[in-house]
Design a protein around this ligand. Structure first.
Ligand code: GN1
Ligand code: MG
Length: 368
């Protein structure tokens, strides 16, 4: 699907029940999957307008129904306990016909939210205190959804965090070598195949009941939580496209991948990329607090594995896309996916050395 021109964006805006005529359109290129625009209308009110990537999300209306159900559930919870019902969860803006999205004549699926004001979105965070709050917010999100009926949700991307399946897909991509790049990344391929046995850890534990299935966010990277621009309090969890049944370890793990790291996901200078155990500890403290005793002893014990496996899985996904010829994640230059994969592997390698320390720390926390 081609990127829309201004005329097409304006035509889409016209379909939604915005409060006035459009005065400004700004592209936001943070996400790797969807296309996002910040729309200002007369009077200054702003909206987030997005094109959902329908080659990845096959049932966009189903996803919007998921998001509506989840945000209504969370908002009701916030109302009941005096939380921030204004900014505390996303507000879907319907089309003029009352629909949750609109497909344009070229086949693009558009949806809109009210823009969350006075917040910042970060790719990295320096303060362990801020990261602990992020952990608490994601833990709280999971706690609020613990009484949500998962059968109401469609599975937006089947097998999304099935690391075993991701590994099989990776091997198939190496075999296909669609991009002709496999000879350039033999070390990276070996890095993954050396760790093949790790890929089944969470999947098998879910299958045999060692870990419970929950409703989870599944994409808890730092940029998917908005922080108050003044206080750095966690305000609103965004990017709800992948909310579906999953493991608490996925949400814990993806935040660790992104936030317990000294550099952005696509830092090209690997000397700048380090796993930060103190940030892991801060996040673990916050997450456990936010889930309020909801995590089982097995989940608690495996939190370090969550960080490790999701980082390995994400690196594997970036490398798979590099081998496939950059067909999944948005990239800004030819080696972007390879740069991303290498940062993930650097983090994985460093995490391995810290595992005993992380396990001991979590055990102590869990016993408190
Ligand atoms: C994608 O859409 P975005 O940028 O929040 C991806 C995540 C990855 C992430 C890596 C649907 O997230 O799974 O962890 O990139 N989302 C999807 O930055 O594949
Ligand atoms: Mg996303």
């Amino acid at each position: 699907m081609t990127y829309p021109n201004e005329q097409q964006i304006l035509a889409a805006c016209d379909r939604f029940s915005f409060s006035g005529a459009v005065t400004d359109i700004r592209a936001n290129r943070t996400g790797h999957i969807n296309s996002t625009f910040i729309i200002t209308v007369e009077g200054g009110k702003r909206y987030t307008l997005q094109i959902l990537n329908t080659s990845i999300f096959k049932d966009p209306m189903g996803i919007m129904e998921n998001i509506l159900a989840v945000t209504e559930h969370i908002r009701a919870g916030l109302a009941a306990d005096g939380g921030d019902t204004e900014r505390g969860t996303l507000r879907v803006v319907r089309t003029r016909e009352g629909k949750l999205g609109y497909t344009d004549p070229d086949g693009r699926f558009w949806r809109a939210y009210e823009f969350v004001e006075d917040v910042v979105c970060r790719l990295t965070v320096d303060s362990s205190e801020t990261f602990a709050r992020v952990g608490e917010a994601f833990g709280d999100f999971q706690r609020r959804l613990s009484n949500f009926d998962a059968s109401r949700l469609i599975e937006s991307i089947p097998n999304f965090h099935n690391t075993k399946k991701r590994y099989a897909d990776f091997l198939a991509a190496v075999e296909r070598n669609a991009s002709g790049r496999a000879h350039l990344v033999q070390d990276e391929i070996k890095f993954i195949t050396d760790r093949a046995d790790k890929c089944s850890l969470i999947v098998d534990a879910l299958a045999d009941g060692t870990l419970p299935l929950r409703v989870t966010h599944n994409d808890t990277k730092l940029s998917n939580i908005l922080l108050d621009e003044v206080t750095e309090e966690a305000v609103c969890i965004i990017d709800l496209d992948t909310v579906m049944p999953g493991s608490a370890l996925y949400d814990f793990g993806d935040s660790i991948r992104a936030g317990a790291a000294s550099a952005a996901e696509d830092e090209p200078d690997l000397d700048k990329v380090h796993f930060l155990p103190e940030m892991f500890k801060a996040y673990a403290r916050g997450f456990i607090k936010g889930t309020s005793g909801n995590l089982t002893p097995n989940e608690l014990a495996m939190l370090p594995d969550g960080g490790y496996i999701i980082t390995l899985e994400t690196g594997m996904r970036f490398l798979t896309d590099y081998l496939d010829g950059d067909v999944y994640f948005h990239t800004e230059y030819p080696d972007h996916n390879l740069v991303r994969a290498r940062t993930q592997f650097k983090l994985v390698a460093e995490t391995e050395a810290y595992m005993p320390e992380l396990r001991a720390f979590v055990k102590e926390l869990a016993e408190q």
